[in-house]
Design a protein around this ligand. Sequence first.
Ligand code: ZN
Length: 420
Amino acid sequence: MPSSKKIHRLARPSGPRCFTARNLLLLAGLISTAALTAGGAVQNLGFNSIARTQEALDKLSQGQYEQAERLAQDVLSHRQPLSGRAWLIVATARQRAGQFAQAEEAFRSYLAENDSAADRAFVLEQIKACQHAQVCDASRQPPSGRLTAQQLVELAQAQPQKAIESSAHFVVHSYNAALSKLIAIEAEAALARIGELLANGREYPNTVEIHIWPNRKAFTANAVDAPEWAGGSYSLTTRDDGLTVRRIDLTQTTNDGRFNTEMLDRVLPHELCHLVIRESFGDAPCPLFLNEGLAMLSEALPDNGRILLAGTALAGRGKLSLHELLLTEAHTLTDVEVFYAESYSLLAFLKDRLTERQFMDLIENIKLGCSFRDALHRALGTPQDDKLLPAVAAAWEAHALEQAQYLRAIRGLFELAMQR
Ligand SMILES: [Zn+2]
Protein backbone atom coordinates (compact mmCIF):
# COMPACT_ATOMS: atom_id res chain seq x y z
CA MET A 1 0.00 0.00 0.00
CA PRO A 2 1.52 3.30 -0.98
CA SER A 3 2.11 5.73 1.79
CA SER A 4 1.23 9.39 1.80
CA LYS A 5 4.00 11.68 0.83
CA LYS A 6 1.81 14.75 0.56
CA ILE A 7 2.96 17.63 2.63
CA HIS A 8 -0.04 19.76 3.45
CA ARG A 9 -0.07 23.44 4.22
CA LEU A 10 -0.74 24.16 7.85
CA ALA A 11 -3.43 26.61 8.76
CA ARG A 12 -4.23 26.88 12.42
CA PRO A 13 -6.57 29.68 13.39
CA SER A 14 -6.89 30.16 17.11
CA GLY A 15 -9.27 27.82 18.87
CA PRO A 16 -12.19 29.31 20.72
CA ARG A 17 -12.36 29.53 24.45
CA CYS A 18 -16.03 28.86 24.21
CA PHE A 19 -17.23 29.17 27.79
CA THR A 20 -18.62 32.61 28.49
CA ALA A 21 -19.84 34.52 31.54
CA ARG A 22 -23.37 34.07 30.20
CA ASN A 23 -22.93 30.32 30.27
CA LEU A 24 -21.63 30.38 33.82
CA LEU A 25 -24.76 32.27 34.88
CA LEU A 26 -26.92 29.73 33.08
CA LEU A 27 -25.08 26.93 34.83
CA ALA A 28 -25.53 28.58 38.23
CA GLY A 29 -29.22 28.97 37.50
CA LEU A 30 -29.63 25.34 36.54
CA ILE A 31 -27.89 24.22 39.70
CA SER A 32 -29.81 26.52 42.04
CA THR A 33 -33.12 25.29 40.62
CA ALA A 34 -32.05 21.70 41.04
CA ALA A 35 -30.82 22.34 44.57
CA LEU A 36 -34.13 23.86 45.65
CA THR A 37 -36.15 20.97 44.30
CA ALA A 38 -33.89 18.20 45.55
CA GLY A 39 -32.85 19.60 48.93
CA GLY A 40 -34.91 17.71 51.55
CA ALA A 41 -34.18 14.24 50.27
CA VAL A 42 -30.47 14.95 50.02
CA GLN A 43 -29.87 16.07 53.59
CA ASN A 44 -31.74 13.06 54.98
CA LEU A 45 -29.06 10.77 53.57
CA GLY A 46 -26.29 12.31 55.70
CA PHE A 47 -24.36 13.79 52.77
CA ASN A 48 -25.11 17.39 52.00
CA SER A 49 -24.94 17.41 48.25
CA ILE A 50 -26.39 20.93 48.08
CA ALA A 51 -23.49 22.32 50.09
CA ARG A 52 -20.94 20.26 48.16
CA THR A 53 -22.44 21.31 44.83
CA GLN A 54 -22.45 24.96 45.87
CA GLU A 55 -18.83 24.64 46.99
CA ALA A 56 -17.92 23.13 43.62
CA LEU A 57 -19.68 25.97 41.84
CA ASP A 58 -17.76 28.52 43.92
CA LYS A 59 -14.45 26.87 42.97
CA LEU A 60 -15.53 26.93 39.34
CA SER A 61 -16.25 30.67 39.53
CA GLN A 62 -12.84 31.22 41.12
CA GLY A 63 -11.10 29.39 38.30
CA GLN A 64 -10.07 26.45 40.52
CA TYR A 65 -11.09 23.80 38.06
CA GLU A 66 -9.42 20.75 39.57
CA GLN A 67 -10.99 21.39 42.96
CA ALA A 68 -14.37 22.10 41.34
CA GLU A 69 -14.26 18.79 39.49
CA ARG A 70 -13.14 16.90 42.60
CA LEU A 71 -16.07 18.26 44.66
CA ALA A 72 -18.55 17.53 41.87
CA GLN A 73 -17.15 14.02 41.46
CA ASP A 74 -17.75 13.58 45.19
CA VAL A 75 -21.43 14.34 44.65
CA LEU A 76 -21.47 11.91 41.71
CA SER A 77 -19.88 9.14 43.76
CA HIS A 78 -22.65 9.45 46.38
CA ARG A 79 -25.27 8.99 43.65
CA GLN A 80 -27.36 11.84 45.04
CA PRO A 81 -30.34 13.50 43.33
CA LEU A 82 -28.02 16.31 42.27
CA SER A 83 -25.74 13.91 40.39
CA GLY A 84 -26.99 15.02 37.00
CA ARG A 85 -26.15 18.60 37.89
CA ALA A 86 -22.72 17.64 39.18
CA TRP A 87 -21.93 16.43 35.66
CA LEU A 88 -22.44 20.01 34.48
CA ILE A 89 -19.79 21.26 36.89
CA VAL A 90 -17.38 18.47 35.91
CA ALA A 91 -17.95 19.23 32.24
CA THR A 92 -17.54 22.97 32.66
CA ALA A 93 -14.41 22.63 34.80
CA ARG A 94 -12.84 20.48 32.08
CA GLN A 95 -13.99 22.84 29.35
CA ARG A 96 -12.46 25.82 31.16
CA ALA A 97 -9.25 23.86 31.67
CA GLY A 98 -9.03 23.23 27.92
CA GLN A 99 -9.81 19.48 28.18
CA PHE A 100 -12.43 19.61 25.47
CA ALA A 101 -12.78 15.89 24.68
CA GLN A 102 -13.22 15.03 28.37
CA ALA A 103 -15.63 17.95 28.78
CA GLU A 104 -17.74 16.66 25.91
CA GLU A 105 -17.85 13.25 27.56
CA ALA A 106 -19.13 14.78 30.82
CA PHE A 107 -21.74 16.87 28.98
CA ARG A 108 -22.96 13.68 27.32
CA SER A 109 -23.18 11.95 30.73
CA TYR A 110 -25.35 14.85 31.85
CA LEU A 111 -27.63 14.40 28.83
CA ALA A 112 -27.99 10.70 29.60
CA GLU A 113 -29.50 11.56 32.98
CA ASN A 114 -31.56 14.65 32.14
CA ASP A 115 -34.35 15.33 29.70
CA SER A 116 -35.35 18.93 30.40
CA ALA A 117 -35.63 20.68 27.04
CA ALA A 118 -34.12 23.95 28.30
CA ASP A 119 -31.11 22.21 29.85
CA ARG A 120 -30.56 20.09 26.78
CA ALA A 121 -30.39 23.14 24.55
CA PHE A 122 -27.69 24.66 26.77
CA VAL A 123 -25.71 21.42 26.97
CA LEU A 124 -25.97 20.68 23.25
CA GLU A 125 -24.60 24.16 22.58
CA GLN A 126 -21.64 23.42 24.86
CA ILE A 127 -21.00 20.05 23.20
CA LYS A 128 -20.85 21.77 19.84
CA ALA A 129 -18.43 24.37 21.21
CA CYS A 130 -16.21 21.60 22.65
CA GLN A 131 -16.16 19.81 19.30
CA HIS A 132 -15.12 22.98 17.51
CA ALA A 133 -12.46 23.63 20.11
CA GLN A 134 -11.04 20.13 19.58
CA VAL A 135 -10.72 20.84 15.87
CA CYS A 136 -8.81 24.06 16.19
CA ASP A 137 -7.52 24.26 19.76
CA ALA A 138 -4.44 26.41 19.56
CA SER A 139 -3.20 25.12 22.90
CA ARG A 140 -2.44 21.70 21.38
CA GLN A 141 1.19 22.13 20.58
CA PRO A 142 2.91 19.90 18.06
CA PRO A 143 6.34 18.54 19.08
CA SER A 144 8.10 21.21 17.00
CA GLY A 145 6.18 23.91 18.90
CA ARG A 146 8.07 22.97 22.04
CA LEU A 147 11.46 23.63 20.45
CA THR A 148 13.33 26.91 20.91
CA ALA A 149 14.74 28.89 17.98
CA GLN A 150 18.22 27.80 19.06
CA GLN A 151 17.21 24.12 19.11
CA LEU A 152 15.70 24.45 15.64
CA VAL A 153 19.02 25.79 14.34
CA GLU A 154 20.99 23.00 16.02
CA LEU A 155 18.63 20.26 14.83
CA ALA A 156 19.26 21.33 11.21
CA GLN A 157 22.98 20.61 11.52
CA ALA A 158 24.56 17.39 10.26
CA GLN A 159 27.51 16.04 12.21
CA PRO A 160 30.22 13.87 10.62
CA GLN A 161 29.44 10.80 12.70
CA LYS A 162 26.19 8.86 12.89
CA ALA A 163 24.44 9.10 16.27
CA ILE A 164 22.36 6.10 17.29
CA GLU A 165 19.72 6.27 20.00
CA SER A 166 17.50 3.44 21.24
CA SER A 167 14.14 3.43 23.01
CA ALA A 168 11.63 0.69 23.85
CA HIS A 169 10.49 0.25 20.22
CA PHE A 170 12.94 2.25 18.10
CA VAL A 171 16.57 2.44 17.05
CA VAL A 172 17.16 5.88 15.57
CA HIS A 173 20.07 6.63 13.23
CA SER A 174 20.85 10.22 12.29
CA TYR A 175 23.80 12.58 11.91
CA ASN A 176 22.81 14.69 14.89
CA ALA A 177 22.88 13.33 18.48
CA ALA A 178 20.14 15.68 19.74
CA LEU A 179 17.95 14.74 16.77
CA SER A 180 18.31 10.99 17.40
CA LYS A 181 17.31 11.53 21.03
CA LEU A 182 14.34 13.72 20.09
CA ILE A 183 13.07 11.32 17.44
CA ALA A 184 13.31 8.34 19.81
CA ILE A 185 11.09 10.19 22.31
CA GLU A 186 8.61 11.49 19.74
CA ALA A 187 8.37 8.14 17.94
CA GLU A 188 7.32 6.51 21.23
CA ALA A 189 4.71 9.26 21.73
CA ALA A 190 3.45 8.74 18.17
CA LEU A 191 3.25 4.96 18.68
CA ALA A 192 1.21 5.48 21.85
CA ARG A 193 -1.12 7.81 19.93
CA ILE A 194 -1.51 5.26 17.14
CA GLY A 195 -2.32 2.52 19.70
CA GLU A 196 -5.01 4.78 21.12
CA LEU A 197 -6.34 5.64 17.68
CA LEU A 198 -6.62 2.04 16.58
CA ALA A 199 -7.97 1.29 20.08
CA ASN A 200 -6.68 -2.25 19.90
CA GLY A 201 -5.11 -2.10 23.36
CA ARG A 202 -2.24 -4.26 22.21
CA GLU A 203 1.37 -3.44 23.00
CA TYR A 204 3.43 -3.10 19.81
CA PRO A 205 5.81 -6.05 20.04
CA ASN A 206 8.49 -5.09 17.51
CA THR A 207 11.47 -2.83 17.00
CA VAL A 208 11.55 -0.28 14.18
CA GLU A 209 14.68 1.23 12.64
CA ILE A 210 14.39 4.94 11.91
CA HIS A 211 16.93 6.48 9.52
CA ILE A 212 17.05 10.25 9.19
CA TRP A 213 18.99 11.58 6.21
CA PRO A 214 20.47 15.10 6.31
CA ASN A 215 18.74 16.29 3.12
CA ARG A 216 16.49 15.23 0.27
CA LYS A 217 19.40 14.07 -1.90
CA ALA A 218 20.74 11.73 0.80
CA PHE A 219 17.21 10.50 1.52
CA THR A 220 16.59 9.66 -2.13
CA ALA A 221 19.94 7.88 -2.38
CA ASN A 222 19.54 5.77 0.78
CA ALA A 223 15.89 5.34 1.73
CA VAL A 224 14.21 2.00 1.16
CA ASP A 225 11.11 1.91 -1.06
CA ALA A 226 10.91 5.68 -1.45
CA PRO A 227 9.98 7.41 -4.67
CA GLU A 228 12.03 10.48 -5.56
CA TRP A 229 9.36 12.99 -4.62
CA ALA A 230 8.87 11.61 -1.12
CA GLY A 231 10.25 13.10 2.10
CA GLY A 232 9.47 10.05 4.20
CA SER A 233 8.70 6.37 3.71
CA TYR A 234 8.19 3.10 5.56
CA SER A 235 9.18 -0.42 4.59
CA LEU A 236 8.72 -3.93 5.84
CA THR A 237 11.16 -6.40 4.33
CA THR A 238 12.30 -9.92 5.01
CA ARG A 239 16.05 -10.45 4.92
CA ASP A 240 17.73 -13.53 3.48
CA ASP A 241 18.14 -14.93 6.99
CA GLY A 242 14.38 -14.69 7.51
CA LEU A 243 14.50 -11.67 9.82
CA THR A 244 11.83 -9.00 9.24
CA VAL A 245 13.17 -5.46 9.09
CA ARG A 246 10.74 -2.66 9.94
CA ARG A 247 12.09 0.66 8.83
CA ILE A 248 11.17 4.32 8.43
CA ASP A 249 13.27 6.78 6.40
CA LEU A 250 12.95 10.52 6.97
CA THR A 251 14.56 13.79 5.89
CA GLN A 252 16.18 16.10 8.45
CA THR A 253 16.06 19.42 6.58
CA THR A 254 13.88 21.29 4.12
CA ASN A 255 15.13 22.37 0.69
CA ASP A 256 16.31 25.69 2.15
CA GLY A 257 18.34 23.94 4.86
CA ARG A 258 16.06 24.49 7.85
CA PHE A 259 15.06 21.77 10.30
CA ASN A 260 12.14 19.84 8.84
CA THR A 261 9.43 20.39 11.48
CA GLU A 262 6.84 18.83 9.18
CA MET A 263 8.85 15.59 9.38
CA LEU A 264 8.66 15.65 13.18
CA ASP A 265 4.99 16.65 13.52
CA ARG A 266 3.43 14.83 10.59
CA VAL A 267 5.61 12.56 8.46
CA LEU A 268 7.05 10.49 11.33
CA PRO A 269 3.67 9.56 12.90
CA HIS A 270 2.08 9.23 9.46
CA GLU A 271 4.60 6.69 8.15
CA LEU A 272 4.69 4.87 11.49
CA CYS A 273 0.90 4.48 11.36
CA HIS A 274 1.14 2.99 7.85
CA LEU A 275 3.71 0.50 9.16
CA VAL A 276 1.53 -0.51 12.14
CA ILE A 277 -1.52 -0.88 9.84
CA ARG A 278 0.47 -2.94 7.35
CA GLU A 279 1.55 -5.34 10.11
CA SER A 280 -1.90 -5.43 11.65
CA PHE A 281 -3.65 -6.19 8.33
CA GLY A 282 -1.04 -8.71 7.19
CA ASP A 283 -2.08 -10.03 3.80
CA ALA A 284 -5.54 -8.46 3.99
CA PRO A 285 -5.90 -5.35 1.83
CA CYS A 286 -6.55 -2.10 3.70
CA PRO A 287 -8.77 0.29 1.71
CA LEU A 288 -6.85 3.42 0.73
CA PHE A 289 -9.26 5.87 2.43
CA LEU A 290 -8.87 3.95 5.70
CA ASN A 291 -5.10 3.60 5.48
CA GLU A 292 -4.51 7.26 4.66
CA GLY A 293 -7.29 8.53 6.93
CA LEU A 294 -5.85 6.73 9.95
CA ALA A 295 -2.30 7.84 9.09
CA MET A 296 -3.41 11.49 8.92
CA LEU A 297 -5.37 11.18 12.18
CA SER A 298 -2.24 9.87 13.89
CA GLU A 299 -0.32 13.07 13.09
CA ALA A 300 0.51 15.24 16.07
CA LEU A 301 -2.20 17.85 15.53
CA PRO A 302 -5.38 18.40 13.52
CA ASP A 303 -4.97 19.78 10.02
CA ASN A 304 -7.28 22.71 9.41
CA GLY A 305 -6.12 22.96 5.79
CA ARG A 306 -7.58 19.51 5.12
CA ILE A 307 -10.77 20.33 7.02
CA LEU A 308 -11.29 23.43 4.88
CA LEU A 309 -10.59 21.59 1.65
CA ALA A 310 -12.92 18.70 2.53
CA GLY A 311 -15.71 21.19 3.27
CA THR A 312 -15.11 23.07 0.01
CA ALA A 313 -15.01 19.87 -2.05
CA LEU A 314 -18.12 18.41 -0.46
CA ALA A 315 -19.96 21.68 -1.10
CA GLY A 316 -19.73 20.85 -4.79
CA ARG A 317 -16.37 21.82 -6.21
CA GLY A 318 -14.62 18.55 -7.10
CA LYS A 319 -16.61 16.50 -4.61
CA LEU A 320 -15.79 12.83 -4.13
CA SER A 321 -18.97 11.13 -2.89
CA LEU A 322 -18.74 8.68 0.01
CA HIS A 323 -19.29 5.87 -2.48
CA GLU A 324 -16.41 7.09 -4.68
CA LEU A 325 -14.15 7.66 -1.70
CA LEU A 326 -14.66 4.11 -0.43
CA LEU A 327 -13.77 2.65 -3.81
CA THR A 328 -10.73 4.82 -4.61
CA GLU A 329 -7.48 2.93 -5.11
CA ALA A 330 -3.99 4.26 -5.78
CA HIS A 331 -4.31 3.78 -9.53
CA THR A 332 -7.76 5.43 -9.72
CA LEU A 333 -6.75 8.54 -7.77
CA THR A 334 -7.62 11.70 -9.67
CA ASP A 335 -7.63 14.67 -7.30
CA VAL A 336 -5.07 13.61 -4.70
CA GLU A 337 -5.56 16.62 -2.41
CA VAL A 338 -9.34 16.20 -2.24
CA PHE A 339 -8.97 12.47 -1.65
CA TYR A 340 -6.64 13.04 1.30
CA ALA A 341 -8.78 15.82 2.74
CA GLU A 342 -12.01 13.82 2.51
CA SER A 343 -10.40 10.63 3.87
CA TYR A 344 -9.14 12.62 6.84
CA SER A 345 -12.53 14.26 7.35
CA LEU A 346 -14.42 10.95 7.13
CA LEU A 347 -12.15 9.12 9.56
CA ALA A 348 -12.23 12.03 12.02
CA PHE A 349 -16.03 12.03 11.77
CA LEU A 350 -16.29 8.28 12.39
CA LYS A 351 -13.81 8.41 15.26
CA ASP A 352 -15.85 11.20 16.81
CA ARG A 353 -19.28 9.63 16.36
CA LEU A 354 -18.54 5.97 17.12
CA THR A 355 -17.58 4.61 20.51
CA GLU A 356 -14.02 3.29 20.87
CA ARG A 357 -15.37 -0.25 20.68
CA GLN A 358 -17.44 0.45 17.55
CA PHE A 359 -14.50 2.18 15.84
CA MET A 360 -12.23 -0.76 16.63
CA ASP A 361 -14.89 -3.25 15.44
CA LEU A 362 -15.27 -1.29 12.20
CA ILE A 363 -11.56 -1.60 11.47
CA GLU A 364 -11.42 -5.25 12.57
CA ASN A 365 -14.36 -6.19 10.33
CA ILE A 366 -12.81 -4.45 7.33
CA LYS A 367 -9.64 -6.40 8.07
CA LEU A 368 -11.71 -9.59 7.98
CA GLY A 369 -12.81 -8.68 4.45
CA CYS A 370 -16.14 -6.94 5.06
CA SER A 371 -17.19 -4.01 2.91
CA PHE A 372 -17.32 -0.67 4.72
CA ARG A 373 -21.12 -0.91 4.89
CA ASP A 374 -21.15 -4.43 6.32
CA ALA A 375 -18.34 -3.62 8.74
CA LEU A 376 -20.29 -0.59 9.97
CA HIS A 377 -23.49 -2.65 10.41
CA ARG A 378 -21.54 -5.18 12.44
CA ALA A 379 -19.83 -2.50 14.53
CA LEU A 380 -23.18 -0.84 15.26
CA GLY A 381 -24.95 -4.16 15.80
CA THR A 382 -27.71 -3.18 13.37
CA PRO A 383 -29.39 -5.37 10.72
CA GLN A 384 -28.56 -4.82 7.05
CA ASP A 385 -30.27 -1.72 5.75
CA ASP A 386 -29.79 0.07 2.44
CA LYS A 387 -30.40 3.40 4.16
CA LEU A 388 -27.27 3.22 6.34
CA LEU A 389 -24.69 4.47 3.84
CA PRO A 390 -26.82 7.37 2.52
CA ALA A 391 -27.48 8.37 6.15
CA VAL A 392 -23.76 8.25 7.03
CA ALA A 393 -22.92 10.22 3.88
CA ALA A 394 -25.48 12.93 4.71
CA ALA A 395 -24.36 13.24 8.34
CA TRP A 396 -20.66 13.30 7.40
CA GLU A 397 -21.13 15.90 4.67
CA ALA A 398 -23.17 18.15 6.97
CA HIS A 399 -20.47 17.82 9.65
CA ALA A 400 -17.64 18.57 7.19
CA LEU A 401 -19.42 21.63 5.80
CA GLU A 402 -20.14 22.96 9.26
CA GLN A 403 -16.53 22.51 10.38
CA ALA A 404 -15.19 24.27 7.29
CA GLN A 405 -17.66 27.14 7.69
CA TYR A 406 -16.63 27.53 11.30
CA LEU A 407 -12.93 27.66 10.40
CA ARG A 408 -13.62 30.22 7.69
CA ALA A 409 -15.53 32.37 10.15
CA ILE A 410 -12.72 32.17 12.71
CA ARG A 411 -10.14 32.97 10.03
CA GLY A 412 -12.26 35.92 8.87
CA LEU A 413 -12.44 37.30 12.39
CA PHE A 414 -8.69 36.82 12.81
CA GLU A 415 -7.94 38.63 9.56
CA LEU A 416 -10.32 41.47 10.51
CA ALA A 417 -8.58 41.83 13.88
CA MET A 418 -5.18 41.92 12.15
CA GLN A 419 -6.33 44.74 9.85
CA ARG A 420 -7.18 47.00 12.79
ZN1 ZN B 1 0.10 8.07 3.68
